[in-house]
Design a protein around this ligand. Structure first.
Ligand code: CTP
Length: 405
C-alpha cells in the first residue's frame, strides 16, 4: 500500500520574483496543520529573507548543502527522508534545467535527487524563457517524473505578457492537496448519501435539520475527480453537481433508504454523509393542520425512521461502508459506538453545534477505523477535506478491495 498520508511538507524556493508569494504558500500549509520546512536556493535568499520563512514555518530554513551545523541537526539526507511531499515554488528555468539533468549542486537539487517523496513543481519565469525549446524539453522530461502546477498566462513582473507567471499560492495549495487522491478510485463505484431529509407534517410543513449537504457533495465531487463512478442520493439542498455524477433527489428517510437499496448492488463503497431525520410523523395530515383553539400546546406523535446506513451495511456485509457521526459532545465515544453498532469499516466524526460542522465552510474531523486506528485531520475547507477523507478511506478500502479494477 502506498503512503498517501502526508504530514511533512518541504517547500523549495528558487530565485525568482515570485519567491515572495511562497510565504503565503507556507502559511496555507501551516494553517491546514502540516509540518512545514523550507529549503531555499542562494538566489531565493536575494528575493525573500530566510527569517520571514523561518517565522512562518516555525522551523529553521535550510539553504546550504555543506553546512556542518545543519548536517549535525538535519542534513540533506534527513531532510529528503523527512519530507512526505516536496513542492518547489517558484521553480526557475535554471532550477528546472538542473533538476532535469539530475544535478546535485545545491541543497534543493540534492534533496530532489535524494527523496522518494512526490515532487511538485510550480514554474515561474519570463514568457520567452518558458517558450524556449530548451525549457520546453526540460518541462516534457520533468512532467514524467514530477507533478507540474502551471504556469499561468498573464502580465509579468518584467512587463511581458504570456505564459510563465507562477500560479497563485492558493491554486498551488489546492493542486497539491487534490493530488493526494489522484485517480486512485478509477473503476470503483461509490454510493454517497448527502444533505438533510425532510419529513412532512402536512402539505405545507416539515421537520428537517441544519445540514447543507456541503460535505457529502464535496466527497462526491472529489471521488468523481479521483476517477470513481459516483451515485449521490441527496436530500433537499441548494447545491449543484457535476454532470459526471448521477444524482437521485429524495425528501424523506424512507425515500432515501429505497433509493440506496435500489442502487447498492452496483456499489463497491458506500459513504453515508446525510443528516437523516431520526423520526417522522406517525400520520401525516393530508390537509393543512389548523391551530388548536383549546390548547396552546401541540403534541406530535413521531415514529423512528429506518437507519439507512445500518440497514445497508447489515444487508451487505461485504460492502465497504463509511458513516459520519455528528456530535455535540463526547465525539469519539459516540462515534466509536456507532462504528460498532452500525457495522462500519470506518467512521468520520465531527463536533457540531454553534458555528461548527453544519452549514459552514470548514470542518475538523477525526477518523476511526474498525481495526482501531485513529486519524486526526486539521480544520480545513470542506472541498479539500473531502480529498483528505477519501485519501484515508482509500488506504483501508483499497487494501480490502479484491476486484480486478
Ligand atoms: N444515518 C442513517 N440513517 C439514519 C440515521 C443516521 O443513514 N436514520 C447515518 C448518517 O448518515 C451517518 C450515521 O448514520 O452516517 C450517523 O448519524 P448520526 O445522526 O450521527 O447518528 P444517529 O444514528 O442518528 O444517532 P443519534 O442521532 O442518536 O446520535
Amino acid at each position: 500500500m502506498d503512503n498517501i498520508l502526508v504530514k511533512n511538507i518541504l517547500v523549495g524556493i528558487s530565485g525568482g520574483i515570485a519567491a515572495y508569494k511562497s510565504a503565503e504558500l507556507v502559511r496555507l500549509f501551516k494553517k491546514a496543520g502540516y509540518e512545514v520546512r523550507v529549503c531555499m536556493t542562494a538566489g531565493a535568499c536575494e528575493f525573500i529573507t530566510p527569517l520571514t520563512l523561518q517565522a512562518l514555518s516555525g522551523n529553521p530554513v535550510h539553504s546550504a548543502l555543506l553546512d556542518t551545523e545543519a548536517e549535525a541537526g538535519m542534513g540533506h539526507i534527513e531532510l529528503a527522508r523527512w519530507a512526505d511531499l516536496v513542492i518547489i515554488a517558484p521553480a526557475t528555468a535554471d532550477l528546472m534545467a538542473r533538476l532535469r539533468a539530475g544535478m546535485a549542486n545545491d541543497l534543493l537539487s540534492t534533496v530532489v535527487l535524494a527523496t522518494d517523496a512526490p515532487v511538485h513543481i510550480a514554474p515561474a519565469m519570463n514568457q520567452q524563457m518558458w517558450a524556449h525549446p530548451a525549457t520546453q524539453e526540460n518541462v516534457a522530461v520533468l512532467q514524467q517524473r514530477h507533478k507540474l502546477h502551471g504556469p499561468a498566462a498573464g502580465e509579468q513582473a518584467c512587463g511581458d505578457v504570456g505564459y510563465g507567471r507562477m500560479l497563485e499560492p492558493q491554486e498551488i495549495y489546492d493542486g497539491v492537496i487534490r493530488s493526494f487522491g489522484d485517480r486512485k478510485l478509477s473503476g470503483h463505484r461509490l454510493l454517497i448519501t448527502a444533505g438533510p431529509t425532510r419529513e412532512p407534517l402536512d402539505p405545507v410543513r416539515y421537520l428537517t435539520n441544519r445540514s447543507s449537504g456541503k460535505m457529502g457533495y464535496a466527497i462526491a465531487e472529489a471521488a468523481s475527480a479521483m476517477g470513481a463512478q459516483v451515485v449521490l442520493v441527496s436530500g433537499p439542498t441548494r447545491l449543484s453537481v457535476s454532470n459526471s455524477i448521477k444524482r437521485i433527489t429524495i425528501e424523506t428517510a424512507e425515500e432515501m433508504l429505497a433509493a440506496v437499496t435500489n442502487e447498492v448492488a452496483n456499489a463497491d463503497l458506500f459513504i453515508a454523509a446525510a443528516a437523516v431525520s431520526d423520526y417522522r410523523l406517525k400520520s401525516v395530515s393530508s390537509t393543512k393542520m389548523k391551530k388548536n383553539k383549546d390548547s396552546n400546546v401541540l403534541q406530535l406523535d413521531l415514529v423512528e425512521n429506518p437507519d439507512v446506513l445500518a440497514t445497508t451495511s447489515h444487508a451487505n456485509p461485504d460492502l465497504f461502508t463509511v458513516g459520519f457521526a455528528a456530535e455535540t459532545n463526547d465525539v469519539i465515544k459516540y462515534a466509536s459506538g456507532k462504528l460498532i453498532k452500525k457495522g462500519l469499516d470506518l467512521i468520520v466524526a465531527n463536533q457540531v453545534g454553534a458555528d461548527k460542522g453544519f452549514d459552514v465552510e470548514t470542518n475538523q474531523v477525526d477518523i476511526l477505523t474498525a481495526d482501531g486506528n485513529h486519524h486526526v485531520l486539521p480544520e480545513m475547507n470542506k472541498s479539500l477535506l473531502a480529498y483528505e477523507i477519501l485519501a484515508i478511506i482509500c488506504q483501508y478500502y483499497l487494501a480490502t478491495d479484491t476486484s480486478d479494477t
